[in-house]
Ligand binder design. Structure first.
Ligand SMILES: Cc1ncc(C[n+]2csc(CCOP(=O)(O)OP(=O)(O)O)c2C)c(N)n1
Length: 1012
């Protein structure tokens, strides 16, 4: 029960005058019963007592909070009243919601305030008798109000056109009034003095939270994060005071950006360049960010960004010689050199070593390697690729704190709000398998996406709202305030380095021209573009800022003439670069295979020799011992022990045929023993979707984990197997990125079922299959895509082999559909041991994982190598003696050519039917196809023998179209070439198991061509 209703406020001595319409405060405060009586007496029939309006509300509000926390603590008559409130979430049980109800944060929103009631009496609080505590609480709520909502009143939009959906902050909302401004309050929990007037406090809060920086913190649950940010911002009023020299530097950078755009416009009129004009502040922002990061132990930065302003970033941040950019505009490609002209200029990457020397505050010299990742047009899809690259770089140098390598992603506002891949990347940021120590995101909010206005592009208040899912601050900053931009950069970098989390900077600016330079933006945004046309440039805005906010030390303001001189110098430099470009014959070739890549090749498959991939018996034994042994105090699940521990020990000893899971474990283990790093990520990858892998064992008693492959020998490669979040696109992008920067490792992404891989189609199309052609970037990523028609319905049957094969050209990928564990073993080892990097797409098995037919002998691991095509002589029944054996190739009447699981169906059918004149040949690697090997294998059969491509997929899927393209001409004249498959179909498979079986029987009958 408040006892201070008659207290004097801060010694002002003026008792609060109660509203004449309401009960006198001492009466209200005298007893709960009295108050309740007043409430009832004044009730208007719907439970809203008129007496509770205005001046009494603080008392009733406080009593109500008390009731919410402990219903028994208030007088029964009050309790009855509160319980009876319409819509009272406390409910009939009284206090059912106690502790969960959020008290109104603003006085005007009190649930007791009658509609339309004035918020405070005209006399103001200072003139009233009121509890010191209550008033202080209101001040505290005001402080919290600014911290939580101050961003809503910040001046962010340089165009001044932004319409606010939510109200701003006014004293009245918190039960305070102008008259209270000179009262002194405790300000202990705000940076600065412990006591201050409300006026000073409000000024500090406004400057910190509502000037030209808006910061969103309300979603942070972690008090440490909030307190750190609040104290950093409040202590400086969220402003960095820059010296004249600093300001000149910023202006130099802004002018550099402006002059480049204008130069390109003049010299290459009509060319697309996706101008940065209107957002030139991005350049000083990035410059400061890179330097700050370099000074706080970052040695490598990987940037991902789209087209907007990219040429400017390349020239002015990455220091790509302008002559190279001009040469690209001049389109100086050698039409005979397939490696030139792979992508448009505003998608190209570049890298540079930047050095930052000593300053007054930092005596050190800092080097940082900055790369801009190659990028497709597809906005935002580079995000997780960059993060994967950074993770690999961190792993390479054992940067366990992940503070030495930093991902920096630059986004457009429409793209950030619209593309779902953004959410996937953000969700991955705190997961052990994908963490990179925090990505710095810069959203260049030019308030339009192509021609689409924000109201049609997002449902949220800010383009950045999706990032509120994370415990990270979101800074919004007006791009025309250079000191505010510098301040948020410092906060962002320091936050990332300290808390190892993502951080968001939204740079509010505008787009001076249309989406590209040929577009007329006033067709769709006439009002905005009239405002833009009348606006002085960012350079002028900076100058105006400098004049209005004098630099410390009484230094004179920077003059227009000074900036004109800078601009003239920069134009002169660009003229010289243009001359170099004009004289050059062709642009320089991008440097591809340097550093970690110097040992590695891309290009044609035939130019890189095969390497031995068999393991020695000792290596097999060593790995077997590791994977079939657990610590003495580890309790393997009783059902697993026989399969994984005892079973794998027997396989490794040669006492049992080796199955798929063991074959894979031996491939991983032998590579690890050789020091190779192995990373496998995918949904449920640790156990394996089909419960065949069990790479991480979980103690049956207490749930702790043991990873046998991490215990092969003291010095071995790192084994990392990760259950991924339920994403295909984001995770595949990440692992692809990882493979780019871990060329010596084995990096694998596994789909739950291959059918889901098309959720990541952009990564496949824009990166995996085309990055070498476009950007000279090669990847050795392995994709495991469970594939096979096994009666599981349309979405658990088909990894769309046809689509991968359709993308194959110029040896850009390898596509396999393997039939034995030994083949899988050799394919994985070959992928790393051969100094050749190409994505390897494997249609991986499902039922074959447990099929006794699909096993291999130990000798196939200690000898042999990967086989592109396997002739019939290696099939069960392919050798003389067995039922259905092919005795003499010359007697063969039909050759069945197939790939993957259907091979086993054909062998079983041949054996069942006792045919001895049908040969079955397996194509294990479909692309690149060894056509000569195939011809040689077929050469033992008589001319004119029918060669039938048999596939279980519908005719418009699987490998038929591709094989037909490859072989029709090759076999013409020698063999009769045809196809047996399921009929053409829109859906990959039937949903009926019965129908599946019928189709399968039919397929087998057709394959042998001898009827059912
Ligand atoms: C995934 C994708 N969809 C569509 C496009 C076509 N497109 C290019 S730029 C653009 C607008 C982007 O707006 P915003 O993200 O605000 O960046 P801005 O161009 O305004 O800098 C669109 C839709 C694209 N490049 N990528």
């Amino acid at each position: 029960m408040p006892n201070g209703l008659d207290a004097k406020v801060n010694g002002s001595g003026a008792p609060r005058k109660p509203s004449e319409k309401t009960s006198d405060a001492p009466v209200l405060g005298a007893s709960n019963g009295g108050a309740a009586a007043a409430a009832h007496a004044g009730g208007d029939g719907d439970g809203a007592p008129a007496e509770l309006a205005v001046a009494n509300l603080p008392f009733v509000e406080e009593l109500y909070f008390q009731f919410l926390n402990d219903p028994a603590s208030v007088d029964p008559s009050w309790r009855r009243y509160f319980q009876g409130l319409n819509g009272n979430r406390a409910g009939a049980n009284g206090g059912a919601a106690a502790g969960t109800m959020v008290p109104p944060t603003a006085f005007r929103r009190s649930i007791f305030a009658p509609a339309g009631a004035p918020v405070v009496s005209g006399a103001g609080i200072a003139g009233s008798r009121i509890s010191v505590r209550l008033l202080s609480e209101r001040v505290q709520r005001l402080v919290e109000g600014y911290r939580e909502l101050g961003h809503l009143t910040a001046n962010l939009d340089p165009l001044g056109l932004m319409r606010r959906k939510l109200p701003g902050i006014a004293l009245e909302e918190f039960g305070l009034a102008e008259e209270d401004l000179d009262l002194v309050f405790s300000s202990e929990n705000v940076a600065g003095p412990d006591r201050t007037t409300l006026r000073e406090l409000v000024e500090l809060l406004r400057e910190t939270y509502s000037r030209t920086i808006g910061v969103e913190l309300a979603h942070l649950h972690d008090v440490e994060l909030r307190s750190w940010l609040q104290s950093r911002m409040e202590a400086t009023r969220n402003r960095l005071v820059l010296t004249r020299k600093d300001r000149l530097l910023l202006l130099d950078q802004v002018i550099g950006a402006e002059v480049l755009e204008q130069f390109l416009q003049n010299k290459f009129l009509g060319y697309k360049r996706f101008s940065l004009e209107g957002a030139e502040s991005l350049i000083p922002l990035l410059e400061r960010l890179i330097e700050r990061a370099a000074r706080s132990s970052v040695v490598e930065i990987v940037i991902g960004m789209a087209h907007r302003g990219r040429l400017n970033v390349l020239a002015n941040v990455l220091h790509k010689p302008a002559a190279e950019i001009f040469a690209e505009f001049q389109d100086k490609v050698d039409p005979n050199d397939p490696s030139s002209g792979g992508d448009v200029k505003y998608h190209l990457g570049f890298s540079i070593d930047r050095t930052f020397g000593p300053t007054a505050n930092d005596p050190g010299t800092h080097n940082v390697h900055v790369s801009l990742a190659f990028n497709p047009s597809h906005l935002e899809w580079v995000n997780t690729v960059v993060q994967g690259r950074v993770r690999a770089k961190q792993d390479r140098v054992a940067d366990t704190s992940r503070t030495r390598c930093l991902p920096l992603l630059i986004h457009g506002d429409a793209a950030f709000a619209g593309q779902g891949i953004v959410a996937e990347g953000l969700n991955m940021s705190e997961l052990d398998g994908y963490r990179v120590g925090g990505t710095v995101h810069v959203i260049v909010n030019n308030q339009v996406g192509f021609t689409t206005s924000p109201r049609d592009a997002k449902s949220s208040t800010y383009a950045t709202d999706v990032a509120r899912m994370l415990q990270i601050p979101i800074f919004h900053v007006n791009g025309e305030d250079p000191e505010a931009v510098s301040q948020v950069v410092d906060l962002a970098v320091d936050f990332r380095q300290r808390f190892h989390r993502d951080v968001i900077i939204e740079l509010w600016c505008y787009r001076k021209l249309g989406h590209n330079e040929g577009d007329e933006p006033s067709y769709t945004q006439p009002v905005m573009y009239r405002t833009i046309a009348a606006k002085p440039s960012i350079r002028m805005a900076y100058l105006a800022y400098d004049a209005a906010n004098p630099a410390p030390g009484g230094e004179p303001a920077i003059t227009v003439e000074e900036t004109d001189a800078i601009a003239a110098r920069k134009r002169h430099e660009l003229e010289a670069q243009l001359e170099i470009a004009t004289k050059a014959k062709s642009p320089p070739r991008p440097n591809t295979f340097a550093g970690a890549w110097s040992r590695i090749k891309g290009g044609p498959d035939s130019q890189v020799p095969e390497v031995p991939t068999a393991a020695s018996p000792q290596e097999i034994q060593e790995v077997t011992r590791a994977i079939s042994t657990v610590p003495a105090d580890f309790h393997v699940h009783p059902k697993l022990k026989a399969v994984v521990v005892d079973g794998r020990a027997a396989m490794g000893a040669g006492d049992k045929p080796i199955d798929w899971g063991m074959g894979e474990a031996l491939a991983f283990g032998t590579l690890l023993a050789q020091g190779v790093r192995v990373r496998l990520s995918g949904q449920d990858a640790r156990r394996g979707t089909f419960s065949h892998r069990h790479s991480v064992l979980v103690d049956y008693n207490d749930g702790h984990e043991y990873t046998p492959l991490a215990h092969i020998r003291d010095k071995q490669g790192t084994f990392e197997v990760r259950d991924s979040p339920l994403s295909e696109a984001g995770v595949l992008g990440f692992d692809y990125g990882y493979s780019l920067d871990m060329p010596e490792g084995l990096t694998i992404w596994e789909a739950q079922f291959g059918d889901f891989v098309n959720a990541a189609q952009v990564i496949i199309d824009q990166f995996l299959c085309s990055s070498e052609a476009k950007w000279h970037r090669v990847s050795g990523l392995v994709m495991l895509l469970p594939h096979g028609m096994e009666g599981q319905g349309p979405e658990h049957s088909n990894a769309r082999l046809d689509r991968f094969l359709n993308l194959c050209v110029n040896d850009n990928m390898q596509v396999c559909n393997l039939t034995t564990p030994a083949q899988y073993f050799h394919a994985l080892r070959r992928q790393v041991l051969r100094p050749y990097r190409k994505p390897l797409i494997i249609m991986s098995p499902k039922s074959l994982l447990r099929s006794p037919a699909a096993t291999s002998a130990l000798a196939d691991f200690t000898g042999g190598s990967f086989r592109h095509i396997i002739p019939d002589t290696d099939s069960p029944g392919g050798k003389p003696g067995g039922r259905g054996a092919v005795r003499d190739p010359k007697q063969v009447k039909r050759v069945l050519l197939c790939t993957g699981k259907v091979y086993y169906d054909l062998v079983a059918a041949r054996e069942e039917r006792g045919y001895d004149d049908v040969a079955i040949v397996r194509v294990e690697q479909l692309y690149p196809l060894r056509r000569d090997d195939l011809l040689e294998i077929l050469s033992v059969y008589a001319d004119g023998t029918p060669v039938v491509w048999v596939q279980e997929e519908p005719k418009n899927m699987g490998a038929w179209a591709y094989m037909n393209r490859e072989l029709q001409g090759l076999l013409a004249g020698s063999f009769h070439w045809s196809c047996v498959s399921r009929p053409l179909s829109a859906s990959p498979a039937t949903g009926s198991n019965k129908r599946h079986a019928q189709e399968q029987a039919r397929l087998m009958a057709d394959a042998f061509g001898k009827g059912p």
